[in-house]
Design a protein around this ligand. Structure first.
Ligand code: AHR
Length: 663
């Protein structure tokens, strides 16, 4: 061979290798995906995608419950925590914490102010400061007792520099022996993210004070002493199928004395006996000594919230067991009846009519219509034979009286292992309605488990994935954990939940809310500060699923197989028979663009336009933030169909929701 022909050979080889390489890459990134539009393989429950609410990370007190005063009734272990007395020369006995527990078990302490000499201030620091909005009114209320005319109060909100940004004069109207409640509203002239609230005492005499409260004037539905509207709105926008409450480990309590007891959370707020929040000292690296449960957001409000946002209520009750990571305390089996009675009474409270004791209470609280409770959880993350013997008693009593109420049972803390298997087998043998599975795992685990339910038993027992979230790299902290990688892996696994909607009938990401200055647990779906809130990429993934749930699952396959990670692709598809739509959810976990030709096998006739909502970012660590709340959020484009084909390009690291109308 001459030099010339050698060169020619070399040149041709390079071209050939390049050609094959290009076509190989092309073939790798070009897929034909089949959709069988004529056959429904599962029905999607209308309440499939829900939310999990727990008072963790200051999610309720200091969060969605819009009360701005911390320790309003002086019942924290340290009665003046959150409060300070500002005066030049303290006078002995000027401010006393009085305990009247013999006559008021629920709210024993109040403050007695003896105002004899110069004016002084009582200042509340708020939860992590107080968020104040210019031009908004602030609604103050207090319970007081004053025998003789004497003390008056000036109410002030002060910003970080002690500048007064709102002020009102409070003069007690009722003089006499009894306790009175009185309110006053005043308007803020400036905004501040970290204001404080001050009461300046004037005049002379004695006054007793309790339930010192301040709410912003823009609560959800303008309900007095209600919820933070921005946070509820984020939930409402998701149209969640259900809201699970009140948690979480908070149901169990660190011991039985501190378990969640719903009956202590209804009725006048001054009668709701508060307790320490179990997340107060759970994590040494995130201590929250000022974290208590006022129960201002109690069971009535939870039901009302569910109704407001069109969700089913899903309460979880203590099953006679405290957290097994803490005390592991269990109630004696022959003393379980009050716990079971609480469950029976809750159903009556939610659904009973005026002739029932608890139905009557609900009506007296202002809700004549039943709340239409359909399901109830017994225990949170409880496990072992001690759980089995307790839930058996719950089940017998509840099903005997309310056979149509679906019961949800725990499978413990992990989605695999001996504890899980013991409960899973037992509960399936018992024909349990639902088993609650929890997984806080790595992105890798989520991707590997997208096919978890493809071969699950298809029997009477359904799965409720009651808590899940991708737990990212340990080097990331707090809100950094809600990066795009986590959300994309969740979306990928969720296609597997949707594909198996006959088995997995409900699912909720957890936890829901976290305050940026007061969190204990991350990741969380929505982050808030005192004034603002934003949805993480996880929020938008959840919202895409819950607002596009469809009615019927159809088969979507690649080379005849479910799409559970081939080339980084994960997919599911539903029809919405009511809206006449075909919806495809497809995640591309690869670093390259992928081209998909969807082939429709079936008689369905497609409209000429389709939309794609894409969430994507090349940077898997990308976050949303207060400054850039929509950094990773769905971007919608509309396309015209070319002929009969539906050909789309999926961006690298993207989650896509494709929607086409059906003729
Ligand atoms: O979601 C946070 C906690 O995780 C829940 O309280 C508990 O059920 C789980 O361990």
């Amino acid at each position: 061979m001459t030099i010339h022909s050698n060169l020619k050979y070399w040149f041709c080889s390079v071209i050939a290798i390049k050609f094959f390489a290009v076509s190989f890459v092309h073939a790798q990134n070009h897929h034909i995906i089949n959709l069988e539009t004529d056959k429904s393989i599962a029905k999607v429950q209308p309440n499939m995608w829900g939310v999990f609410f727990e008072d963790i990370n200051f999610g309720a007190d200091g969060g969605i419950y819009a009360e701005l005063i911390k320790n309003r009734s002086f019942e924290f272990a340290k009665p003046l925590m959150g409060w300070s007395i500002v005066r030049d020369k303290p006078q002995e006995g000027e401010v006393l914490v009085v305990n009247r527990k013999e006559v008021n078990q629920a709210n024993p302490r109040y403050l007695q102010v003896h105002k004899n000499t110069t004016d002084f201030e009582l200042v509340n620091e708020g939860f992590k400061g107080i968020g104040v909005k210019k031009d908004l009114s602030y609604n103050f209320s207090v319970m007081y007792r004053q025998a003789k005319v004497g003390v008056t109060m000036v109410l002030q909100l002060k910003d970080e520099n002690n500048k007064i940004i709102a002020q009102g004069d409070f003069k007690p109207d009722n003089i006499g022996d009894g306790w009175h409640k009185q309110s006053l509203s005043f308007v803020a002239t400036e905004s501040s993210a970290r204001a404080k609230f001050s009461i300046v005492f004037k005049g002379n005499g004695h006054i007793d004070l309790d339930m010192i409260s301040l709410f912003p004037g823009d609560t959800w539905k303008n309900r007095p002493q209600g919820l933070r509207a921005d946070m509820v709105q984020l939930l409402a926008d998701m149209k969640p199928g259900f809201i699970r409450f009140p948690g979480g480990c908070i149901v169990e309590g660190t011991d039985l004395a501190n378990r969640y007891q719903w009956k202590n959370t209804i009725g006048p707020i001054e009668g709701r006996k508060m307790i320490v929040n179990r997340w107060n000292n759970e994590f040494a690296h995130r201590p929250a000594p000022d974290y208590y449960q006022s129960f201002g957001l109690g069971f009535f409000e939870y039901f009302q919230l569910a109704e407001d946002i069109g969700s089913d209520a899903l309460p979880i009750l203590n099953c006679g067991m405290a957290c097994q990571f803490n005390s592991g305390e269990v109630v004696a089996l022959d003393e379980l009846q009050p716990y079971i009675q609480d469950a029976l009474d809750l159903i009556e409270f939610a659904n009973g009519n005026a002739s029932t004791v608890w139905g009557k209470k609900r009506i007296e609280l202002g809700h004549a219509k039943p709340f239409n409770l359909k399901m109830l959880g017994v225990g949170n993350e409880n496990w072992g034979p001690q759980y089995m013997e307790r839930v058996a008693l719950f089940k017998a009593a509840i099903k005997a009286k309310y056979p149509n109420i679906k019961l949800i049972y725990s499978s413990g803390t992990d989605p695999e292992g001996d504890r899980f298997n013991l409960l899973d087998n037992y509960l399936r043998n018992e024909k349990a309605d639902f088993i609650d599975e929890h997984y806080y795992r790595s992105a890798e685990w989520f991707l590997k488990n997208a096919g978890r339910y493809d071969n699950y038993p298809r029997n009477d027992t359904k799965v409720f994935v009651g808590e899940y979230a991708v737990h990212a790299d340990k080097n990331l902290t707090g809100k950094e954990k809600n990066n795009w990688q986590s959300a994309l892996a969740s979306a990928s696994l969720m296609t597997g939940l949707e594909r198996n909607a006959d088995v997995v009938q409900m699912a909720s990401y957890a936890p829901l809310f976290a305050h940026v200055d007061a969190w204990q647990w991350a990741p969380d779906m929505i982050w808030v500060d005192n004034l603002k809130s934003y949805g993480t990429p996880d929020y938008y993934v959840q919202k895409l699923f819950s607002t596009n749930k469809g009615t019927d699952v159809i088969a979507i396959t690649l080379n005849g197989k479910n799409i559970t990670g081939q080339n980084g692709l994960y997919a599911s598809s539903v029809l919405d028979k009511t809206k006449k739509e075909l919806i495809i959810k497809i995640a591309n976990n690869a670093a390259e663009e992928q081209h998909i030709d969807f082939t429709l096998l079936g008689k369905a006739k497609l409209k000429s336009k389709y939309s794609i909502e894409t969430m994507s970012d090349d940077n898997l660590n990308q976050l949303n933030s207060f400054e850039n709340p929509l950094a990773v959020s769905p971007q919608k484009s509309i396309y015209n169909m070319k002929g009969k084909g539906l050909n789309v390009r999926l961006k690298p690291y993207s989650f896509n929701l494709i929607k086409i109308g059906l003729n």
